[in-house]
Design a protein around this ligand. Sequence first.
Ligand code: UDX
Length: 489
Amino acid sequence: MMKLRDNMVTIAMFGTGYVGLTTGVCLAELGNTIICVDIDAQKINNLKKGILPIYEPGLDKLLEKNLDKIEFTTDGAQAIKNADVIFIAVGTPSQSDGSANLDYVRNVAKIIGKNIESYKVIVDKSTVPVGTADMVRDVISTYYSGDFDVASNPEFLKEGSAVDDFLNPDRVCIGVASKKAKSIMLDVYGNMPDDKIMVTDVKSAEMIKYASNTFLALSISFVNELTQIYPNHNIRHVTAQMKETINQKGFFNIGLGFGGSCFPKDVKEFLHTFNVNGIESEILDKIITVNEKQKTRFVPVIKDKLGNLENKKIALLGLAFKPNTDDMREAPSLALISQLKSLGAQIIAYDPIAMTEAKHYLNDSIEFSSNSLETVDGADALIIVTEWEEFKQLKPEEIESRLSNPLICDGRNVFSEDAFSQVTYIGVGSGKQKMTDEELTVVFNSFFNTTALYKDALHQLASKVSANIEDVIHGMMLDSRIGPNVFRE
Ligand code: UDX
C-alpha cells in the first residue's frame, strides 16, 4: 500500500514523449501535482482529451486515474512560475559524431532562466552526457542571479513496461548538490520505499545512467558475439550457465541484437564521452560493431539456403525493436529488410502493434500482412524477429504447412529445433556442439576480462569528470539486470 505524504510537490514536466509523459503521470501517482508542458499544441490538445502520443501499457489508465493532479499546457513560462521543481525531459537525439544534441535541453534552460523568479530545483530527467547539469546551470545563470539548484534524476524505464519500471524500480537515482535540493527531491519521491532511493552527487548520477545502459548493451553484445565466434556451438547452454553463475536476470539473451532509442544512442554517446576525455574505448566500439553484425546474421544463411534471392518471398514476424512497443527506432528489422531487399527479395511482414509506425520508415517498400499465419503463406523463408507472445503461441505444424520452402530463421529462439519436423530450422546460438569445460572457462574468463576493462575505463572517466566511482559502480549494480557478480573479485 502506498504511504501517503502531504508535502508533495508541484512539478513542471518539460517534454511529453516516452520519458516525460510516463514520468509525469507516475509522479502524479506518487502524489505530486504535475504541469506537463510541450511546444506541440496538437499533442497537448490530444492529451487534454486523454489521447496519448505513445503506446505504453497501463499509461492510459494511470493518466485517467490522476487527471485531477495533471495539467497539460504549452505555456512554459506559467508552468515555471507555479512549480517547485522543473523536470527537463526533452529529446537528446544523437548527432553524427555520436554526441548528444542538447539544443532542446538548452532551450528549456533558457525558458527557465527567463521566467524563474524564486528558488526551484531543475532536474535533468533526459539522458544527458556527464556535465550537462553544469551547462543547464550556466544557461539559467545567464538570465537569473537568484538561488536555484540543478539535479540529475536519470530514468531506467524499459519501453513496454515503463509504468511498472517507474513504480517498482530497482533504484531511484538522485544526484543533488545541496541539502535543500536533496530534501525537495526526497519529497518528490516521498511515497517511494526509502530503500529504493539512492542519493549521490550530480555528475555520478549522470554517469550511472550511461554506465548501466552501456553495461546492459555490453552483456547483449558479449553473448551475441559468442554466436559469431562459435557458430556451431550451443550458446543457449552457455548463456544458461552465465545466468546461473552471474545473474538469472542478466541481459544474456542471444538474438538479433539490441535496438530502441536508448542502447544504441547511449552507447554511442558514452563512447563519445570516453573519446573526448582521451580514454581508450575499444570495448564500447565493439559493442556497436558486434550488434550491427548480429542484426543481419540471417542474410548469408538465407542466401546460402535459397541461392539467388531475386523475387524470393521472405516473411518477417516482428518489426518494432522488441515486443510490446510500436517503437521502430534502430529496430533490427530495418537493417534486415534493407539487406534482403538489396538482394532482390520481396518482403512481407507483420507486427501486432508497430505496422503503422513501421510504415513511416518503410513506406510501401514491403508488403504488410494482417496476421501471423497470412504472413507465412507461400513464403520461401520465415524470419522471427521479435519474441511477441502471440508468435510463441503459433503451432509449428501450421507454420510448416504454409511455407512454400521449409526454412525458418528464429531470431529470438521463440521455438526449439525439435518443434519442427519438415523444415530447416535455424535459431541463434543453437548449434549442436556442446562447449567443453575448457571452452566454458575461456568464455567466463573472457567475460570477466571484458568487464574488468570496462570497469577500468569507468574509473578513468570518473576521475576525469570528478564523479564518485564507488557510487557509479554501486548505482550500476543496483540494476537487477546487472547485479553484484559482474566483476571478478
Ligand atoms: C533500455 C534499458 O533497459 C532501460 O533501463 C533504459 O532506461 C532504456 O533503455 P529499452 O531500450 O526500452 O530499455 O528496452 P530493453 O527491454 O532494455 O531492450 C533493449 C534491447 O535489447 C531490445 O532490442 C531487446 O531485444 C534487446 N535485448 C534485451 C537483447 O537482445 N537481449 C537481452 O537479454 C535483453
